[in-house]
Design a protein around this ligand. Structure first.
Ligand code: SF4
Ligand code: SF4
Length: 168
């Protein structure tokens, strides 16, 4: 009995004084996630600030959890949010429904929606779990402008930019 007790206490003391600590002081300290981790989504922009999302709803169609809602509106050269004819005037993801499968990312023709490394998702109210476009979209890159932009006619006619290398 005494031997077992001593052995148990030794295990505790050994971990306390001699072994490397594995506890992370979250939230001050955050563990890096794996490169393949799928966390909270972001909506991406081009370098000039235009939104990559063209409001096509392919992500919503691909979503097995019916977590995405997209509403689109028309672009014009005087008031342009994204390349091509349309942009997403409303974009919402219900994070309580999402199962982080990444199908939306795979379905998107412009790489507008990607799953990032943010895993800090907690809510006190179900309504707070619905992330809208303002919450999802990344800031305008340095040197870019916040849409709507006034653009040269004929410069942003393609919704999906031509790839330099078609095998990309
Ligand atoms: S990660 Fe999967 S479940 Fe979540 S929004 Fe995208 S397609 Fe839907
Ligand atoms: S995120 Fe991609 S798939 Fe979804 S509406 Fe925008 S462009 Fe289409």
């Amino acid at each position: 009995m005494i031997v077992e007790l001593a052995r148990g206490l030794w295990t505790t003391f050994r971990a306390l004084f001699f072994e490397k600590k594995v506890t992370v002081q979250y939230p001050e300290e955050k563990r890096p996630v794996s490169a393949r981790f799928r966390g909270r989504h972001v909506l991406n922009r081009y370098e000039n600030g235009l939104e990559k999302c063209i409001g096509c709803s392919l992500c919503a169609a691909a979503c097995p959890a019916d977590a995405i809602f997209v509403e689109s509106a028309e672009n014009s050269d005087e008031k342009r949010f994204s390349p091509g004819e349309r942009y997403a005037s409303t974009y919402e993801i219900n994070m309580l429904r999402c199962i982080y499968c990444g199908f939306c990312e795979d379905a998107c023709p412009t790489e507008a929606i990607t799953l990032g490394d943010n895993y800090e998702l907690s809510f006190y109210d179900r309504r707070d779990a619905i992330y809208n476009k303002d919450m999802l979209i990344v800031p305008v890159p340095q040197g870019g402008q916040l849409p709507p932009l006034v653009t040269e006619p004929g410069t942003f006619t393609r919704s999906v930019p031509a790839m330099k290398d078609p095998v990309d």
